[in-house]
Design a protein around this ligand. Structure first.
Ligand SMILES: Nc1nc2c(ncn2[C@@H]2O[C@H](COP(=O)(O)OP(=O)(O)OP(=O)(O)O)[C@@H](O)[C@H]2O)c(=O)[nH]1
Ligand SMILES: [Mg+2]
Length: 222
């Protein structure tokens, strides 16, 4: 049996910044020595996967293009990552056989409502991302995603003054609805705060041990 590569699921409402977060997260994780693969789910298109292939593979050369896979789920976005994750699991099975030394598989869910969660069969760590443009009421209005995720990411903080969102209210409410669980404020256009998201992954899922790096060093030693 192939080794189970750690997996992080990223969910959130349509347009909250899931793809931009991955575009910033992969360089941050690469700097820490981790090698990643991406699966991007969407309902009908593969636009996000194609964008990331261009930005992360062709331009930044951080990973091979075939390590960024688009899935057009053709139905309800959370079904493909929770009720019936079989398409995603089949793709992961292929990846685990192709390159078992990868450190992390990042799975983007299609944009959905506030009730998105991932099947534990599919993801080991769950990031839920919302943006401030929906208003500072978001955290206190709750929802399965916000309450159950391992890390809540609040994106587009640059837009807060333009939409009258008070970040301190969001921080206070997030703390109240997710006692003891982390929240990070980020700007995924500039990358501000994304290093801290990478730190959470390193500490909470990858345990600061880049498997690929250790194996590469061992291979060099002979
Ligand atoms: N101003 C600002 N815009 C952002 C930020 N993050 C993302 N965006 C913009 O928001 C839009 C949506 O971002 P995406 O990353 O595509 O969002 P998504 O959640 O992947 O969207 P779907 O996959 O379609 O649900 C894009 O036009 C981004 O450029 C941010 O921090 N600030
Ligand atoms: Mg996207």
């Amino acid at each position: 049996m192939a080794r189970r590569i750690p997996r992080v699921g990223i969910g959130g409402p349509v347009g909250s910044g899931k793809t931009r977060l991955i575009e910033q997260l992969v360089p941050a994780l690469t700097r820490k020595g981790y090698r990643c693969c991406i699966i991007s789910n969407d309902v009908v298109s593969k636009e996000d996967a194609q964008r990331m292939q261009r930005i992360l593979a062709t331009e930044a050369k951080l990973m091979p293009e075939n390590m960024i896979i688009g899935i057009a789920t053709g139905g309800c976005p959370h079904t493909a990552v929770r009720e019936d994750p079989s398409i995603n699991l089949a793709v992961i099975d292929e990846i685990e056989h192709k390159d078992p030394t990868l450190d992390l598989i990042i799975i983007e869910s299609g944009g959905d409502n506030t009730m998105t969660t991932f099947s534990s069969e599919l993801a080991d760590y769950f990031i839920y991302i919302v943006d401030v443009a929906g208003g500072d009421k978001y955290p206190r209005k709750r929802g399965l995603g916000i309450e159950s995720c391992d890390l809540l990411v609040i994106n587009k903080i640059d837009l807060a003054p333009h939409v009258g969102a008070d970040l301190s209210v969001m921080a206070r409410d997030a703390k109240a609805v997710r006692p003891g669980k982390p929240v990070e404020f980020v700007n995924c256009r500039t990358g501000d705060g994304v290093e801290r998201v990478a730190d959470h992954l390193a500490e909470g899922l990858l345990f600061d041990k880049p498997v690929s790096q250790k194996r590469r060093k061992a291979a060099r030693r002979g």
